[in-house]
Design a protein around this ligand. Sequence first.
Ligand SMILES: CC(C)(COP(=O)(O)OP(=O)(O)OC[C@H]1O[C@@H](n2cnc3c(N)ncnc32)[C@H](O)[C@@H]1O)[C@@H](O)C(=O)NCCC(=O)NCCS
Ligand SMILES: Nc1ncnc2c1ncn2[C@@H]1O[C@H](COP(=O)(O)OP(=O)(O)OP(=O)(O)O)[C@@H](O)[C@H]1O
Length: 199
Amino acid sequence: MKIIGLTGGIASGKSTVSKILENLGAVIIDADIIARKIVEKGKPALKDIVAYFGEEVLLENGELNRKKLGSIVFKEPLALKKLNEITHSRIKEEILKEINWYKQYQPNHVIIVDAALLIETNLKDIVEEVWLVVVSEEQQKHRLMERDQLTAKEAEDRITAQMAIGEKLSYAHKLISNQGSYEELEKQVKKIWEMMEKT
Ligand SMILES: CC(C)(COP(=O)(O)OP(=O)(O)OC[C@H]1O[C@@H](n2cnc3c(N)ncnc32)[C@H](O)[C@@H]1O)[C@@H](O)C(=O)NCCC(=O)NCCS
Ligand SMILES: Nc1ncnc2c1ncn2[C@@H]1O[C@H](COP(=O)(O)OP(=O)(O)OP(=O)(O)O)[C@@H](O)[C@H]1O
């Protein structure tokens, strides 16, 4: 079994790359999906969030108001730090659990851990290789504003809340450029996959 960490800035194209890899036969562990699970209603992480941020970050049905919390943390580094303290160890624990499940029941698969914060949270230490999706900041901002209907300022705040791409480069074993078309992306990903299969 091989474990690859797939990372890159927000809206760089990790989920898009994951889909291509899934079609090639990989199994995907998506950190964003896990991050959503650990803050479901009744979970300890949601209780900790409410204790710190107040009931105003809840929807009327008691679920987390993600839009509201996002609007607080991405413009206030101290608030983001607190949210990270509440969530990151729990996200890592779940990712490790999923990896162990695959090790036991589907040991022949390639596992892709898709996580924007793979390097920041030291998840890089549990993967064998880091694949980094790279786009220009202009392209990233454009795709982010369009996908999430954000203003330029909101998109910039989200981008600067993450480690600069230049700093991530030194951890990467493979670079995937997503500056161009989907077809170009698919071609690159297939090539990297085939190279990996040969080693
Ligand atoms: C702040 C929250 C509620 C906003 O939710 P929302 O639905 O708007 O965004 P979503 O969760 O889909 O995240 C979208 C992208 O934002 C970026 N992002 C999310 N959390 C963080 C963070 N703590 N620091 C920097 N970037 C982040 C990532 O690139 C992620 O892919 C949510 O992102 C959250 O709970 N974040 C803390 C957990 C976390 O670190 N998740 C990322 C795991 S890699
Ligand atoms: N090559 C491409 N050409 C055009 N649009 C693209 C391309 N790759 C990705 N996109 C679009 O850009 C947006 C961001 O891509 P994606 O959601 O895969 O990023 P991500 O890195 O997974 O984001 P996040 O960090 O928020 O999870 C999406 O709307 C996606 O459809």
